[in-house]
Design a binder for this molecule. Structure first.
Ligand code: AMP
Length: 392
């Protein structure tokens, strides 16, 4: 994989895929510009070196339609405030006017395209759309690690039509870190998985069964595994259509070398909002009108002991409804255990990163990935479609 600084970009038309998927408030103002700032090293390097720069991103889920509230206008304005270069906004993603604006770009000038996902062709990786994105482009740079697990036109399709491809600073930092940690992880290698859904993590868990030494499960996902074994979990969040798959995973875990841990105790509440009676239980079934909202203290202790012995730790997904302080102790406990261990630690996903912040241990984690789904898939498959596209 080329790195952007190895290229001669002077006078070249460079298409840079970034992640400007920033949170906006109701008035359309940017609530947090971290993602824009994170792209500045690559944008700055390209403009400093005389690139004619086209910048592209998605924002939100407009689902193939023009949704003015999801325009990249505010992000473009913020970028223009952050760099000492001319930054213009295109009225569209492709088409005659965009073609004209691309061709008119001078060295050290940037043009931000409209939201890529205003076109359904983006997520479909439509070859004709990818070709139009690539029109007149000399160099394709991908700095959107968090989108690189998606085979979309601006991530994968475009690469087929551009002669020179490279990774930006953010992308390289992520890949360098993850590669070192997961291709040949120092053992014991502990994977901690939580969050609401099993369905989007099935393949990941299956792949980790062949790689990790210990898998620690938390979050609502646990209740799908428990219910699959015929245990009563009250009103806990369960993915009913995943019960069979969960059983298959439990079976595979039994015959694999990995130790697969489910929580030993649970914090129960009557509602997921907090402010109601809670209790900690070790045995199942749960009372019929209560739900599991966090892992219990015994589980935190057991998981912390496993983490303390680890040399590599990967964590994705909270252990409970951590957004509510009463139900955040499990996630905070796991975050603290990771911080206290000597393991190389990688935390991926907005929720787990937020839990690490809540626990006040951000500076004790080796690497906090900017991409939740992307880091999860990288850990499982050791590459991503967007990385392969840069390598071919
Ligand atoms: P995911 O997107 O699958 O990683 O899920 C993240 C979400 O899972 C967070 O918003 C958590 O509040 C939620 N979550 C974690 N544990 C539970 C639980 N026991 N019950 C309901 N939601 C949960």
């Amino acid at each position: 994989m080329n790195f952007v600084t190895e290229l001669d970009v002077k006078g070249r038309l460079v298409f840079l895929r970034v992640d400007f998927n920033v949170p906006l408030d109701e008035g359309g103002a940017i609530r947090d510009d971290t993602r824009i700032r994170a792209s500045l090293p690559t944008i700055g390097w390209l403009l400093d070196h005389g690139a004619r720069l086209v910048i592209a991103s998605h924002l939100g889920r407009p689902k193939g339609k023009v949704v003015p509230a999801m325009s990249l206008g505010p992000a473009t304005k913020r970028l223009a405030e952050l760099v000492p270069y001319k930054v213009a906004m295109a009225p569209d993603v492709v088409g005659d006017e965009v073609r004209r604006l691309k061709r008119a770009l001078g060295e050290g000038e940037a043009l931000v395209l409209e939201n890529l996902r205003f076109y359904k062709e983006e997520e479909k990786n439509d070859p004709e759309f990818a070709r139009q994105l690539a029109e007149d482009v000399d160099v394709f740079v991908n700095d959107a690690f968090g989108s690189s697990h998606r085979a979309h036109a601006s991530v994968v399709g475009i690469a087929a039509y551009v002669p020179v491809k490279a990774a930006g600073y953010l992308m390289k930092k992520e890949v360098d870190y993850l590669k070192k940690a997961v291709h040949t992880p120092e053992k014991p290698y502990v994977a901690i998985l939580g969050g609401a859904k099993v369905s989007d993590k099935i393949e990941i868990i299956e792949s980790l069964l062949g790689k990790a030494d210990q898998i620690l499960i938390g979050g609502a996902m646990s209740y799908t595994f428990l219910k699959a074994q015929g245990l009563g979990v009250g009103t806990s969040l369960v993915e009913e259509d995943q019960l069979e798959v969960a059983l298959v995973i439990l079976d595979k875990a039994r015959t694999s070398a990995v130790s697969f841990h489910l929580p030993q105790d649970h914090v129960l509440a009557r509602s997921p909002e907090g402010g109601t009676e809670t209790k900690v239980v070790e045995s199942l079934p749960f009372p019929e009108d209560m739900m599991g909202v966090d892992i219990g203290p015994k589980t935190v202790e057991a998981y912390a002991a496993v983490i303390a012995a680890a040399k590599t730790v990967f964590w994705n997904g909270p252990m409970g409804i951590f957004e509510i302080d009463e139900f955040a102790q499990g996630s905070i406990g796991v975050a603290k255990a990771i911080a206290e261990s000597n393991a190389v630690s990688i935390v991926g996903g907005g929720d787990s990163a937020a839990a690490v912040k809540k626990a006040g241990v951000r500076d004790k984690i080796s690497h906090i990935s900017t991409g939740g789904g992307a880091s999860l898939e990288y850990v499982a498959y050791e590459t991503l479609p967007g990385i392969t596209a840069l390598e071919n």
